[in-house]
Design a protein around this ligand. Structure first.
Ligand code: NAD
Length: 496
């Protein structure tokens, strides 16, 4: 008998309106069934949104420092259960324990950072242009927020959205990815234990095209915060456009790391390996292009291949393993398709390129670390998001070409340059078109107190994390108090 999980609506764990369920299996071992989850329908979405709507009037009036204290308790509980949650996350989505621990830590960091904001959430007080008049701006909550999240950071991403949304006085409905519903259950259990009032947080499992699409179009959902693929992001943005809803989008990437001839090559190679093969290349910030100065290309690729061949592949629950499986069969087919595309485009496959099925890995979705060289910037493998352990090496003549190549994709999330030349480093910081730039660090590893997001097709101009996230989850209200006792007309009574 497998575990049967439920939705969380109005403070209660409830079965889906229909009896339909979907399976959640361990990508490292398909025989390992984690459980069955409700394949929810419109009725479940409606119930969750109605609960969130009912809870909103009271929650918005809870003082922000008190809302912050609740989130602080959530942070403490996440810390207490960190190891256990990390283990269940590795079992659910495959990345190695070191990384799932980091994923939970990101949730903890976000909780503590957001909790403090409960005593800030600053607006501005300003002078007024007329006598005996007071002016200020304050942030106000928006209402019911739909949070739609991907599977690759199943704890960090829901917490990046949920904690600031709640701190600001909104209520939420979370729709997690079909591949990671269990981590969402763990998170909501912790919110419940911390004492979140009924209806303030709701969780509805199910397919994106059904549950996600219904949520996005629901007339009582005022805001949609989405992280996922650009294709789905476009669809959500157009639906939100029709309904004039606020929508924040965090989408894909085709991140590049530049290696100049003056770089510390040991450091650059170490960074590229971590950026390209960490999380099996399934990060929005993964390094998928290595843009290398021609004088050091041979040396860098030799070093890369020598080290990538030693990466230990296997079940992420084994502490010695360095790279886990891909998330599912569709992901593996997509990676295989791009290996074929790259080879046919004329890139040279230096290593990898195949399914990895040694020993017990035959039962999971494993793939070899893969490196192509002789890649040109316009090839599809240098332009499109593969979302797997595939690194494309592009040779460049000089710094100017490196920047041009790095900027030459539709995306603009993360970027990196390895150089010892401070002038080049500063020019790169200025000229790279991306939301994140690292100098002498890989493209991955963002910290929660800085804005997170990208330019061009990576999003629609919002930034999560940092203090910028509050611009997603609040409306600004300008308030004027006239205590002059007479009608005073701005721009008119005080005109020259
Ligand atoms: P996805 O777009 O397939 O799914 C994301 C979520 O959207 C899931 O919960 C899914 O069920 C839901 N969904 C799917 N179709 C929907 C629809 N029509 N309406 C409403 N919801 C729908 O993405 P994924 O495969 O889960 O995640 C991988 C993608 O996410 C990659 O492109 C990656 O770059 C991106 N990502 C971006 C960031 C970022 O912050 N920029 C972070 C992590 C992942």
């Amino acid at each position: 008998m497998s575990d049967l999980f439920k939705n969380y609506i109005d403070g209660k764990w409830l079965a889906g309106a229909s009896a339909k369920t979907f399976e959640n299996r361990n990508p490292a071992n398909r025989d390992d069934l984690i459980g069955l989850f409700p394949a929810s329908a419109a009725a479940d979405v409606n119930a969750a949104v109605a609960a969130a709507k009912r809870a909103f009037p009271n929650w918005r009036l809870v003082p922000a420092p008190k809302r912050g204290e609740l989130i602080y308790r959530v942070g403490e509980l996440l810390r207490k259960h960190k190891e256990d949650i990390a283990r269940s996350m590795t079992r659910e989505m495959g990345k190695i324990l070191k990384e799932t621990r980091g994923d939970v830590q990101e949730g903890i960091d976000t909780a503590f950072y957001v909790a403090g904001e409960g005593r800030r959430l600053f607006g501005e007080t300003t002078p007024a242009e007329l006598p005996n008049k007071f002016a200020m701006s304050v942030r106000t909550p928006i209402g019911v927020c739909a949070l739609i999240t991907p599977w690759n950071f199943p704890m960090a991403i829901p917490t990046w959205k949920m904690f600031p949304a709640l701190l600001c006085g909104n209520t939420v409905v979370l729709k997690p990815a079909e591949d990671t519903p269990h981590t969402a259950v763990r998170l909501v259990e912790i919110l419940q234990e911390a004492g979140v009032p009924p209806g303030v947080v709701n969780l509805v499992h199910g397919r994106g095209e059904e549950v996600g699409a219904t949520l996005v179009r629901h007339c009582d959902v005022q805001l949609v915060s989405f992280t996922g693929s650009a294709a789905v992001g476009r669809e959500i943005a157009s639906a939100c456009g029709q309904h004039l809803k606020r929508v924040s989008l965090e989408l894909g990437g085709k991140n590049g790391q530049i290696v100049m001839e003056d770089a510390d090559l040991e450091l650059a190679v170490e960074g590229a390996l971590w950026g390209a093969f960490g999380t099996t290349g399934q990060r929005c910030t993964a390094t998928s292009r290595l843009i290398v100065h021609h004088e050091v290309t041979k040396q860098v690729t030799d070093m890369l291949v020598e080290r990538a061949e030693k990466i230990k592949i296997g079940d992420g629950l084994d502490e010695n393993v360095e790279m886990g499986p891909l998330i599912n069969q569709a992901a593996r087919e997509k990676v295989l398709k791009y290996i074929d595309i790259g080879s046919r485009e004329g890139a040279r496959l230096l290593m990898g390129g195949s399914v990895y099925a040694a020993g017990s890995c035959a039962n999971g979705y494993f793939f070899q670390p893969t490196i192509f060289d002789q890649v040109t910037p316009s090839m599809r493998i240098a332009q499109e998001e593969i979302f797997g352990p595939v690194l494309s090496v592009i040779k460049i003549k000089n710094f100017e070409e490196a920047i041009e190549v790095l900027n030459g994709t539709a995306y603009g999330l993360s970027s990196s340059i390895y150089t010892r030349d401070v002038g080049r480093a500063f020019r790169a910081m200025r000229d790279i078109e991306a939301g994140i730039t690292y100098v002498n660090g890989p493209t991955i590893g963002a910290e929660v107190h800085l804005p997170f997001g990208g330019v061009k097709d990576t999003g629609n101009g919002h930034r999560e994390a940092g203090t910028t996230v509050y611009d997603i989850f609040t409306e600004w209200k300008s308030i004027y108090v006239d205590y002059s006792g007479k009608l005073q007309k701005a721009q008119i009574d005080n005109a020259e």
